[in-house]
Design a protein around this ligand. Structure first.
Ligand code: ME8
Length: 510
């Protein structure tokens, strides 16, 4: 069986991790966990992108060597993974020798094949921004925007990768592989980009302009362009792992789809004789209270601090419930608290408390066996089967937000079932029929809760385990088997209470 290989983009370490980075990791983690539940062997890679101008500049501003700076910030990204319960199997840093070695090998191979050549490049250069500019960077009146400072035309020797000679191949490839990009409409954007002739890709930077990079194996006067270096991480991390390449999924933000992932990367692989990845999944962008995230304006959510304050699973739930994969979304504390209170605390949390309270009150804390099944029980069971099948299909199609909505509709229906059966009334009756119904009701509530929660481990792994724990239950190894209505909880001793979603501080004062 081929390993299901999934990756996130690797984050630039020129700033601390923010909510956008956290989302990408959580989304990828949800897919990885879901695939594991479905029985796949999964390899999940994330990491950091440590070379390039921005990193060199930021380290310089801080007055520390770039490697030391990278060491510090990489640790922050690792901490986000740990905090958010990300189940990555590996974490790659592009300053690691295992990566640099593969980049050098690939460059040498392409150079030897004649895919990389040296040429003079003439263009407008901004010394302040340390970058070549393009015609599209000009103001409408032809002048250069202020941020570029003095702009001069210079000629520089560089190495170029023959992107253009693979343009027709890539167009054909995209036409044959209609599902290469998800969501599908983004594949059209790639084809539109390819409607214009491609320029060959400049893959080097002279060392006198940029030192912080991987030296070209065939010319020590240059380092590798950061994208050519960074993309290779997906391959360098698994080169010694048989049965893993090609990647099944690269999860990335929409801003880095075209051209890096959808054009440079498949062409680089093709030129090197390697298989292309299966799918590029391009997610949308989070804004905060309607505005772009930016540290300088304070419009920034630190995912670790947020998870500390409101709970890891609450944050994971919100990110996945709120955003439809591929679309943009806004993160507002008000919306977060609204979902937290109504969906997590008052719906799921309430169901857990009721299940525990009533099992303790009416059955000495031991889940009884169901004695009958009447219309309300049969209806709840039918809803369960429909919900389970829909949720699996929705997850397979990356419609995680709707899958969660359906799962929580089942939780709501279970709460409504309790209201309809009113076990507190049945408990007062000495009638044998009422006592049988009470047992059935308690068994049904516990089983519905176990099942509903069994749909949540990919999104809320900690909460799922906690709820199974308080039901005296440990899930078995085959997930599909767990999703069958039955009597697995009969005779289990439930906990006295459970605190799952405490009222957040901010909500108390509002
Ligand atoms: O682009 N909302 O790194 P990066 C959602 N090093 N996602 C966001 C976001 C937001 N507000 N802001 C950023 C790079 N992201 C390169 C990648 S891969 C070989 C090299 C996402 O730190 C962004 O779309 O700028 C990207 O997928 C990831 O975070 C890393 O962004």
């Amino acid at each position: 069986m081929k390993t299901f290989y999934i990756t996130t983009a690797i984050d630039y370490v020129n700033g601390s991790p923010h909510l956008g980075h956290a989302y990408e990791k959580v989304l990828t983690d949800v897919i990885a966990r879901f695939r594991r539940l479905m029985g796949d062997r999964v390899h999940f890679l994330t990491g950091v992108d440590e070379h390039g101008q921005k990193v060199q500049q930021t380290a310089r501003k801080r007055g520390i060597p770039p490697q030391q700076f990278c060491d510090e910030i990489s640790e922050e990204f690792r901490a986000v993974c740990r905090k958010l319960d990300i189940s990555n199997d590996d974490f790659i840093r592009t300053t690691e020798e295992r990566h640099k070695k593969v980049v050098r090998q690939l460059l040498q191979q392409l150079f030897d094949k004649g895919e990389i050549y040296k040429a003079e490049y003439k263009g407008f250069y901004s010394t302040r921004q340390e970058q070549f500019l393009q015609e599209k960077d000009r103001n409408p009146d032809g002048s250069w925007p202020e941020l570029f400072g003095e702009v001069t035309e210079i000629t520089e020797s560089n190495y170029f990768f023959k992107l253009r000679s693979y343009q027709d191949w890539l167009v054909e490839f995209l036409k044959k592989n209609e599902n290469f990009v998800f969501p599908r409409y983004r594949q059209k954007q790639v084809l539109e980009f390819l409607a214009e002739p491609l320029n060959d890709l400049c893959i080097s930077r002279p060392k006198d302009r940029l030192e912080w990079g991987i030296e070209l194996p065939f010319d020590s006067g240059f380092v590798t362009y950061v994208w050519f270096d960074a993309l290779v991480n997906y391959y360098s991390a698994v080169i010694d792992k048989p049965g893993v390449w090609p990647a099944d999924f690269h999860v990335i933000g929409k801003d880095i789809l075209v051209p890096p992932h959808a054009v440079y990367w498949p062409i680089m692989l093709k030129a090197a004789g390697l298989e292309p990845p299966g799918t590029l999944l391009a997610h949308g962008w989070w804004s905060i209270n309607g505005a772009k995230m930016s540290k300088s304006t304070g419009n920034f959510v630190d995912p670790v601090a947020f998870a500390d304050q409101y709970g890891v699973d609450a944050l994971r739930y919100f990110l996945i419930r709120e955003m439809s994969v591929g679309q943009d979304s806004d993160f507002s504390l008000q919306q977060f608290l609204s979902r937290y209170n109504s969906e997590l605390a008052n719906n799921l949390g309430n169901l857990v408390n009721r299940a525990l309270n009533m099992t303790n009150r009416f059955a000495a804390g031991l889940v009884p066996a169901a004695e009958t099944a009447e219309e309300p029980e049969l209806a709840l069971r039918a809803l369960w089967e429909k919900t389970r099948d829909e949720v699996i299909a929705l997850n397979e199609g990356f419609q995680f937000h709707i899958a969660l909505e359906r799962t929580f509709a089942f939780i709501t229906a279970t709460n409504a079932y309790i209201e309809a059966r009113a076990p507190w009334k049945l408990g007062k009756s000495a009638d044998a029929k009422d006592q049988a119904l009470l047992k059935t009701t308690l068994a049904t509530i516990a089983e519905a809760l176990r099942l509903g929660v069994s749909l949540l481990p990919a999104v809320m792994p900690g909460t799922t385990k906690k709820i199974h724990d308080v039901l005296g239950y440990a899930a078995g190894p085959v997930w599909r088997d767990e999703l069958v209505w039955g009597d697995r909880l009969t005779g289990r001793k439930v906990a006295a209470t459970a605190i799952l979603f405490p009222r957040p501080e901010a909500a108390k004062t509002s």
